[in-house]
Ligand binder design. Structure first.
Ligand code: PLP
Length: 385
């Protein structure tokens, strides 16, 4: 009676069960998995945000498939802050980046087609693809002190039924940005690029070899995705966008088809669209505080793990850090022991499709004192070199 695509595994995994049991025992856990910026104790200009959402223009329904003009213009102006020239008529508003992915898959793929995605990467890609009837083909990111896309491995991973390649820059959870040479390798596949750039405003340092956006190439169709969720630390307002770039003839065709997809849903609510210019401006202090916290947490990480058997991998940006643990236990037993014996909750590498183990992922959104305490417990459990 039900579709195969909705038949997701629902059994709680061993880590989820251990976490529930620990909490039921009354054990206090230090949560190093925080991904919700609104729960991270960051400063928000609350009154300004609320006032922006009360704009009287939201009382009128304006059925514009790609969003109201002023909001699309606000996105174009925001992209220009990063040096990207995208006319507002190439900006498509969506109700989150997740929806932008779904529309991109519907635009480019028929059921059963494949999309190339990085491994390790954002776990939701699997669900979003499955729900659109699309199969994922993984290309590896390789680590040698920094993360890279290997052009040869990328080419070899490309299957004949691949209709698009996804790049995530910086990637979740590795934090790696796409570099200029890597973008050329993606473009050389000749496939449209779906580029997830939600963390682009969170670099951990400068690097002239990084691209600003996949929109830097005009060789193939590019759908560059971002939104308020990360860029303005407002995931609850459900506003994302795609900026469409590449050869004019492909851009025109993509926009014509996307208009029909968007018109079928008209999913972005009026209040957030009218509020957008003010929201982008009102959250600059919040995201500055967040960047400051991430920087502080990278220092905490170095200090807390120095001389221990836990190795932090190089972080170029984003909201997460990856730690390599000793191979003396499996990843699953490490993360369960961390909950049960150290009272620390982390994400295991297998959530993100790491090619080997054991890795864990910690959030750099965590208040620094908590991160320091949690890492202290982790080091105590794992031991010193
Ligand atoms: C790589 C990546 N893309 C997209 C999103 C989600 O964006 P949105 O809330 O706009 O759907 C996330 C959220 O964690 C993410 O990590």
């Amino acid at each position: 009676m039900f579709s195969r695509r909705s038949a997701f595994a629902r059994e709680p995994n061993a880590l989820a069960r251990a976490t529930v049991h620990a909490r039921a025992r009354g054990q206090a856990l230090i949560d190093l998995t925080l991904s919700n910026p609104t729960a991270a104790g960051l400063p928000y200009e609350r009154e300004r945000i609320l006032r922006a959402l009360a704009d009287a223009r939201a009382l009128t329904h304006e059925p514009a498939p790609f969003g109201v003009e002023a909001a699309r213009e606000a996105v174009a102006v925001e992209l220009a802050r990063d040096g990207l020239v995208v006319p507002a008529d190439r900006v498509v508003l969506t109700a989150s980046t997740s929806e932008a992915y779904a529309w991109a898959f519907q635009l480019l793929c028929d059921p059963g087609d494949a999309v190339m995605v990085p491994a390790p990467s954002y776990p939701l890609l699997e669900h979003l693809a499955t729900l659109s009837g699309v199969r994922l083909v993984h290309y590896p990111l390789v680590y040698d002190g920094a993360w890279h896309v290997d052009a040869e491995l990328l080419r070899r991973a490309c299957s004949p039924d691949a209709r698009a390649v996804v790049m995530v820059s910086p990637n979740n959870p590795t934090g790696s940005f796409t570099k200029t040479g890597e973008l050329a390798a993606f473009a050389a596949l000749g496939l449209p690029i779906i580029s997830d750039e939600v963390f682009a405003r969170y670099p951990a340092g400068d690097d002239p070899t990084r691209i600003r956006s996949a929109l830097d190439t005009d060789r193939v169709l590019v759908l560059a995705l971002s939104g308020l969720s990360k860029l303005a630390a407002l995931p609850q307002l459900k506003l994302g966008w795609m900026a469409v770039g590449g050869p004019d003839v492909l851009v025109r065709e993509a926009l014509a088809r996307l208009e029909l997809i968007a018109d079928s849903y008209l999913s972005v609510a009026a209040p957030v669209q009218h509020a957008l210019p003010e929201l982008l401006s009102a959250t600059r202090s919040t995201t500055a505080a967040l960047r400051h916290r991430i920087g502080e947490n990278l220092g905490v990480l170095q200090r807390a793990l120095a001389g221990s058997a836990v190795t932090p991998l190089h972080v170029e940006g984003g909201w997460y850090a990856v730690l390599r643990l000793p191979r003396t236990r499996s990843e699953e037993s490490w993360v369960i022991e961390l909950v049960e014996r150290a009272g620390v909750l982390v994400q295991p590498g297998w959530f993100f499709d790491f090619p080997d183990e054991p890795y864990v992922v910690v959030s750099l959104l965590t208040p620094p004192a908590e991160l320091e305490q949690g890492l202290g417990h982790l080091v105590q459990l794992v031991g010193r070199d």
